[in-house]
Design a protein around this ligand. Structure first.
Ligand code: PLP
Length: 422
């Protein structure tokens, strides 16, 4: 099931007046749903000692959402300076922040070490000597290569740009210890939007085996393993949800076996983005045009700048036409934005009830990697974000971009350089 029936029941009856008040388009997120998912995750891992979720900030980098995550006791996973700043503004410090960057710059290392630091998760062997002040606690992102499959969003591990190769991982920890590391973590992220709990169970298994091998070879202990994000959500009607309880139970069993063999147990961390917020957001947009050419195109007032996933990955996002129930006579239409790009389509040949100008469309599951992935190509501006509170109030949590925002980088002190003769 895409968007939950409970969220629909909370939102749809009042959506016309919300749209009237705030104007379309907008993403609207559901506080109650996010809290429920957080509680369910904690419950599923209740038997895992020291479990914690580090919410992947890139999925939904809004301070109001990060505050919810903090209230639930979660940390943050960051991979840019802006995300570090947001996390610290939300009150997270030190080991409540995991910094998992790739192709990391000196500037990013400095930001990671500033303001109480964070858990540094290094992506390559070559970075060890580039960390200005080597921390006591260090983590490496592991890439198992051809021994594991990935999927279409993130690619095969073997072809991915992420992580330390299997043949380098011992050297990584050895060298980190030479630089002064005394506390250790192990990280991986192999799949994206993975719907099978079994795949993630295998990831836990893989990391524990690796931790055991590195631990005995180098005589060190791991404080934690982090299985990354990638827990999937059902975007299509009829798809089964990720079985989080199964992952929690299987992880518990594996950690117990690890403890029996090794005499200690590392904590287990996740850094889910999509799983936490994906189903709890909707892009609300109004139909403004319709054209009947070879196909019927329903033109809406949002475009790719608000949601890249359909254009970028061919991703399916379910769509409801507000107040019109789907029926057997629905005809396939393309739902399109206004960008001069033919992949600016929220849906392709999707059977929908008859849409008239002025109808509201709810595009489901935009709570993660939606607004955040938006861009400004073609001068298109990103929409506002709203938060439906548990008490029914609706808060504006980000205003829409304006032309002034778009032109802001054209206001600068001039600079010219004439290459002189030596
Ligand atoms: C993107 C990302 C995540 C979150 O991925 P989801 O699919 O949203 O769960 C977690 N960790 C890292 C390192 C990432 O790059």
């Amino acid at each position: 099931m895409p968007m939950s029936p409970a969220f629909q029941a909370r939102l749809f009856p009042t959506l016309p007046s919300i749209a009237e008040h705030f104007g379309t388009p907008f993403h609207i997120y559901d506080e109650a749903g996010i809290r429920e998912t957080g509680a369910r995750l904690k419950q599923a891992f209740a038997t895992v000692p020291g479990f914690n979720e580090y919410f992947a900030v890139k999925a939904l980098p809004n301070p109001a959402i990060l505050r919810l995550m903090r209230e639930m006791g979660f940390g943050f996973d960051c991979s840019s300076i802006a995300e570090l700043v947001l996390s610290r503004q939300a009150g997270a410090r030190g080991e409540q922040i995991m910094f998992t960057s790739n192709n990391t710059s000196q500037e990013a290392f400095a930001a990671a070490a500033a303001d109480g630091g964070c858990i540094l998760n290094l992506d390559d062997l070559s970075l060890i000597d580039k960390v200005p002040e080597f921390p006591e606690l260090i983590c490496f992102r592991y890439n198992p290569g051809p021994t594991r499959d990935g999927n279409s969003i993130i690619g095969k591990p073997e072809e991915a740009k992420f992580g330390v190769a299997h043949g380098q991982i011992l050297d990584a920890f050895r060298h980190a210890r030479e630089r002064g590391a005394r506390r250790f973590g192990l990280h991986t992220m192999l799949a994206s939007n993975e719907l099978h709990a079994e795949y993630m169970v295998q990831t836990v298994e893989m990391l524990l085996k690796l931790a055991e091998w590195i631990g005995t070879t180098l005589d060190l202990r791991f404080e934690f393993i982090n299985i990354g994000g990638g827990l999937g959500i059902p975007y299509r009607p009829g798809e089964a949800a990720f079985n989080i309880e199964r992952l929690g139970a299987a992880s518990t069993a594996q950690l117990q076996e690890f403890a029996a063999r090794n005499g200690y147990v590392p904590r287990l961390y996740t850094e889910s983005g999509r799983y936490m917020t994906g189903p709890h957001g909707v892009l609300v947009t109004r139909a403004i045009n319709r054209k009947d050419i070879y196909r019927t195109c329903i033109g809406v007032d949002a475009c790719m700048s608000a949601l890249m996933r359909p254009g970028m990955y061919g991703a399916y996002h379910h769509i409801d036409v507000l107040g019109k129930a789907p029926g057997p006579h629905d005809r396939p239409v393309d739902v399109v934005g206004s960008l001069c790009e033919n992949n600016d389509k929220f849906a392709v040949q999707r059977p929908l009830p008859e849409v008239a100008d002025g109808d509201l469309l709810a595009i489901h599951d935009t709570g993660a990697h939606g607004q955040a992935m938006g861009f400004n190509y073609n001068g298109k501006l990103r929409p506002k974000e709203l938060l439906l509170r548990e008490d029914g109030r609706v808060d504006l949590i980000r205003r829409a971009e304006t032309l002034d925002d778009y032109f802001a980088t054209l206001s600068f002190a001039g600079d010219s350089f004439i290459v002189g003769t030596p």
